[in-house]
Design a protein around this ligand. Structure first.
Ligand code: PEP
Ligand code: MG
Length: 538
């Protein structure tokens, strides 16, 4: 018996034989083509075929696990149907007389690389989705199908990387578990694995000597046990049954309001990046969206998203959420989240530099476009606006002044908007937490961003692996700032939520309840575990 440790991705216990999937396709060589028109037509045909396949995959997966789990394929289709990616591929073919395969691969890698470099794990995980799209187009260009394991007995699949479409195709087979070398708990493959209820672990490099061996995967402990003895297998199967019971119990909380035993309501809402995870949020019983990271819209294209494009996305999310509140955070680019079209130049300390509201207040063109889009969409639901990285009262006043300006503009143009959109701020700098009493006079609500608050309070770069071990969001200094912010907000009668990763730690839920928090905003998959803590608290 040998045990290998990885990173837990999707809970559950699986018993089966290991199957190692071959590594991903090789990078295509660049060639100079004579017939550019033909090359563009080949890409077009492959693109149209890929869009059709993604439609089929969406329908099939939605039938299996519901719309939320399948939504990734609609998002991939949008990416492919969008002029952004197609235009870049065409430009490369036309500009360099490049072959279609090379152009598709290069553009896919370019966009994926941008996401892979991000600090935010959710955003980083998008790189795999984008590679999945470009590989699909490449497969259509070559006419070759993806290689999938053929097996009738339960299989634990090992692969260096598994894309969402591969995972979805595998779902029909008897998959006891998925183990990948690369990946993250927030990738769409991970999300799919969780929706499909397949145990999954990442961070274990597929070793060819494992192939064909019996194994047990434990998706919660993040382990793979090779050649387990009978007693261990029996014990793990029992644990698997218990886990399934726990899952069923949590699911019963989906439509239960988040109210403590003593009757206090503490809403459990979702952090999302767009329409894709809004479905997942609803499927997990979200009582609203506590953080819509709008920068995702800016990261997925090569040009700034137009007012129209932003309006369409905000409207769709608001409509989907109906009468549930949706807090849209204004642009939080800079530092870890860079885009090519705003060339702000290199910075010595980007996390302390030109980012978020600092950019917006310096670039009214960008800021006003976004505010117009949000206000226009506000008539379709219950929108709120939130400003990130605030350090002063003056910044809040200036943000609000832009809101008033945009409202006046829309009024003059006869465009409807909701008059009562609450304007809140993120408390994610120690400065903001310290002066939260003053800021509470200016803001309609607070949302505490514990990721940045921890980074800036402890002076530990979120992105630096050398100090990652030292980053402790439970540090008394961070907890004290959280408590103080909640108290100061309440003194002024405004609601205070927490939307950083810390909000999703069920072990801290009771502490936050004691502090008086009004709302916890977490990734969709954490809504039910956190709600379970709330409804069981006094
Ligand atoms: C935070 O800083 O806690 C936060 C929620 O914002 P982001 O992680 O997007 O910086
Ligand atoms: Mg932040």
């Amino acid at each position: 018996m040998q045990q290998v440790k990885g990173i837990a991705v999707s809970r559950g216990i699986g018993v089966g034989k290991i199957f190692i999937r071959g590594s991903a396709e090789q990078a295509p060589q660049q060639q100079v083509v004579k017939d550019i028109t033909r090359e563009i037509a080949r890409v077009e045909a492959a693109r149209v075929a890929a869009i059709g396949q993604l439609d089929d995959l969406y329908r099939k997966t939605a039938g299996q696990i519901g719309k939320a789990g399948a939504e990734i394929f609609l998002a991939q289709k949008t990416l492919l149907a969008d002029e952004g990616m197609a235009g870049q591929i065409r430009n490369l073919i036309e500009g360099d007389a490049a072959n279609a395969e090379y152009a598709v691969y290069t553009v896919g890698e370019r966009i994926a690389g941008r996401f892979a470099a991000l600090d935010d794990e959710v955003m980083r995980a998008r790189a795999v989705d984008i590679r999945d799209v470009s590989r699909r187009v490449l497969r259509n260009l070559s006419g070759k199908e993806a290689v999938l394991p053929e097996s009738d007995e339960p299989v634990i699949l090992l692969a260096e990387e598994l894309t969402p479409s591969e995972a979805a195709q595998l779902s029909v087979r008897r998959l006891a578990g998925i183990v990948t070398g690369r990946g993250s708990a927030n990738s769409h493959t991970a999300i799919l694995a969780r929706s499909l209820n397949i145990p999954a672990v990442t961070g274990i490099t597929p070793d060819l000597t494992y192939n064909g061996k019996n194994a047990v995967i434990d998706g919660e402990a993040g382990t793979l046990t090779l050649e387990p003895d009978a007693a261990f297998t029996r014990k793990m199967k029992k644990a698997g049954e218990k886990e399934e019971e726990r899952r069923q119990t949590l699911l019963r909380l989906k439509d239960v309001p988040s109210v403590t035993k003593s009757g206090r309501e503490v809403k459990v809402v979702a952090n999302v990046t767009g329409l894709l995870d809004t479905e997942a949020a609803l499927d997990n019983g979200a009582e609203g969206i506590g953080l819509f990271r709008s920068e995702f819209l800016y990261l997925e294209t090569n040009v700034p998203p137009s007012e129209e494009k932003q309006y369409a996305v905000y409207r769709a999310v608001l409509e989907k959420m109906g009468d549930k509140p949706v807090i849209i955070r204004t642009l939080d680019l800079g530092a870890d989240k860079q885009v090519p079209y705003f060339d702000f130049g290199p910075e010595e300390n980007p996390a302390l530099g030109y980012r978020a509201v600092r950019i917006c207040l310096n670039r009214p063109d960008i800021f006003r476009t976004q505010l117009r889009a949000i206000y226009r969409a506000s008539v379709y639901g219950k929108a709120a606006i939130m400003f990130p990285m605030i350090i002063s009262v003056d910044e809040v006043r200036r943000c609000k002044a832009y809101c008033r300006q945009v409202q006046a503009e829309l009024r003059a143009e006869g465009i409807p908007f909701a008059e009562d959109v609450p304007l809140g701020i993120m408390i994610e700098t120690p400065a903001a937490a310290v002066i939260s009493g003053k800021l509470a006079r200016e803001a309609d609500f607070f949302s505490i961003g514990t990721n940045d608050l921890t980074q800036y309070t402890l002076a530990i770069d979120r992105q630096n692996p050398w100090v990652a071990d030292m980053s402790d969001a439970h540090h008394p200094a961070v907890l004290q700032l959280i408590r103080q912010t909640i108290e100061n907000g309440h003194k002024r009668g405004i609601r205070v939520g927490i939307c950083g990763e810390l909000a999703a730690e069920p072990k801290l839920t009771r502490t936050f309840l004691e502090y008086g928090v009004d709302e916890l905003s977490v990734a969709p998959s954490y809504i039910l575990p956190v709600r379970s803590e709330v409804v069981n608290a006094e």
